[in-house]
Design a protein around this ligand. Structure first.
Ligand code: ME8
Length: 516
């Protein structure tokens, strides 16, 4: 157990959030909640990337002042994250004073190492990527990632960062710290890139006023990626001494499109400024619809509000993490395909598998035992619970969130099969089976308490509802708390066989019947 500082990418304040952004924030939130349940002291930071040419141009297009424009968007995004129950402790914005201080400090550190120099740059700049691109990288004269946007030829005097100097130290670091870039496929990509050699990069832009003034100059602003990456330090209070309370970060969560920035430029900046490197950068894959990035244009039903409204916040969180592997991509053929998958999983797994197990179990405890169960661990269900809980923890600690969820679902299915095998309704009719019936019902309730604890990071509200219906006190349990009642060992004391009051309630996930 220990301190756990984790971050997500900070999103460009130039439009509305979409399901791809939600996937990243929900996945990170699952990890933050999981670590808290384990007893870690967690600090979870997300935020907005508010400077740069793209945002300045978007504000101008809308005839807005850039600060007012990003203020409005920051409110909108924060509102969506609150609706999705993202439990971030910080929401860092790059237009804040505390961030500017951190950027000034890291740039000064890089300068003190002799890693910054002035030169002329002439090349293509993709505003959407906020990076220069070489002619040979272009496809039909356009950025390979943003073919619908014009790419602009730019010539300017810039400050440069001696990135080339860090090629060997980076290869060395990645070699000795296999956990630094995950999953392994991303590590290999970065190693190939490094083996191909590194060129110095711009550290400033001239004539672009929407940014942090480059320390010691009049007409330069800090290049937006150097600005944005530093947010991970700003959120810790850097450069004040207390920043080491949280730094180095344990985990940066980002999408696979921005690994070069996080696994090459960011660690090189930190090395240059003499600061520690984060432990792990996890690059998740992409959610896409019909080959394109998912966006509202793909169909209005894919707006985040519409997706959340469809079956509620917890169901949408569940769907994202269950359907899209945390270490891979998921492409939906169309908006309708995505919605069909969502409805299918909702009815089959949430309404049927989980919802029915909770209501059947509570109904039987009421029918046969007046609403009280004696937690028990003496039946066949125990083995499944122990082994699936182990798979769950292994998956969660390897950040394979979809596999963690798979393990919980495996336990739920085992519990449903257990009811069918044990036939409590038969036991209730037989003389001499009272104790066996007690054990079956107690094992089910104990199992559901474990399910609630494991579902907590994914569906915090519904999991708490299950926990409370199964006799838990308000608030989700930590894992050690859940482990006592959920897995009593034969030697455990009397509390392991505690009697709990089980509550009935309306369906947790009412079945979804699509309209005509
Ligand atoms: O890149 N599926 O911001 P951004 C999954 N400001 N993830 C997706 C996605 C999709 N369809 N679309 C975007 C930026 N993302 C910079 C980051 S960090 C110092 C600066 C992910 O708004 C993307 O990979 O374009 C990134 O991790 C995050 O959303 C923000 O993307």
């Amino acid at each position: 157990m220990g301190r756990y500082y984790l971050t997500t990418a900070i999103d460009y304040a130039n439009g509305e959030p979409h399901a791809g952004h939600a996937f990243e924030k929900v996945g990170a939130d699952v990890i933050a909640r999981y670590r808290r349940a384990l007893g870690d002291d967690v600090y979870f930071s997300i935020g907005m990337d508010e400077h740069g040419q793209g945002i300045a141009e978007e504000a101008e297009r809308r005839d807005a002042d850039p600060q007012g424009f990003v203020d409005e968007l920051a409110d909108l995004w924060a509102g969506v994250w609150a609706r999705l129950e993202i439990s971030n402790d910080d929401f860092i914005r790059t237009t804040e004073g505390r961030h500017r201080r951190a950027v000034e400090a890291i740039v000064s550190g890089m300068r003190a190492s002799g890693d910054l120099y002035v030169d002329r740059y002439a090349g293509f700049y993709c505003v959407r990527c906020e990076r220069f691109r070489k002619e040979e990288e272009l496809v039909d004269g356009r950025c390979p990632y943003h073919p619908s946007r014009d790419i602009t030829w730019t010539e300017e005097e810039n400050w440069f960062f001696r990135l080339s100097r860090y090629r060997d130290p980076l290869i060395e670091h990645i070699g000795t710290h296999p956990e630094f870039i995950q999953p392994a496929s991303r590590r290999n990509e970065i190693l190939r890139l490094l083996e191909g050699g590194l060129e110095d990069i711009s550290a400033s832009r001239s004539r672009l006023p929407w940014g942090i003034p480059f320390p010691g100059t009049e007409d330069h602003t800090v290049y937006v990626w150097i600005d944005a990456l530093t947010n991970y330090l700003s959120a810790t209070g850097f450069p004040d001494e207390e920043y080491t309370h949280w730094w180095p970060a344990r985990l940066h969560i980002i999408g696979k499109d921005i690994t070069r920035f996080h696994c090459v430029i960011w660690p090189a900046m930190l090395m240059s400024a003499g600061l520690e490197l984060p432990e792990t950068v996890w690059a998740h894959g992409f959610v896409s619809v019909a080959g394109g990035k998912i966006s509202k244009d793909a169909g209005s039903a894919l707006g985040l509000d519409e997706l959340i409204d469809r079956h509620g916040t917890d169901a949408f969180r569940y769907f994202l993490v269950r359907e899209v592997p945390w270490d891979g991509d998921r492409e939906f053929a169309s908006a309708a395909d995505l919605l069909d998958r969502f409805d299918l999983r909702y009815n089959a797994e949430l309404a049927n598998d989980i919802g029915n197990l909770v209501s059947r179990s509570a109904a039987m405890v009421h029918k046969y035992r007046g609403g009280e169960a004696t937690l028990s661990g003496s039946t066949a269900l125990d083995e499944a619970r122990t082994s699936l809980a182990r798979s769950y923890h292994e998956a969660m600690q390897a950040h394979l969130l979809h596999s963690g969820l798979e393990a919980v679902l495996g336990l739920v299915r085992r519990a449903n099969a257990f009811i069918d095998e044990q036939q409590p309704w038969q036991l209730a009719k037989e003389d001499g089976s009272a104790e066996a019936l007690d054990d079956v019902l107690g094992a089910l309730v104990a199992c559901l308490r474990g399910v609630a604890a494991m579902l907590g990071p994914f569906m915090p509200r519904k999991a708490e509802e299950i926990w409370c219906r199964m006799g838990g006190a308000a608030g989700l349990p930590s894992y050690s708390e859940a482990a006592v009642p959920a897995a009593p060992s034969p030697a455990a004391g009397p509390e392991a066989r505690a009697r709990v009051a089980v509550l009935r309630g309306p369906p947790l996930f009412p079945r979804y019947e699509p309209g005509p």
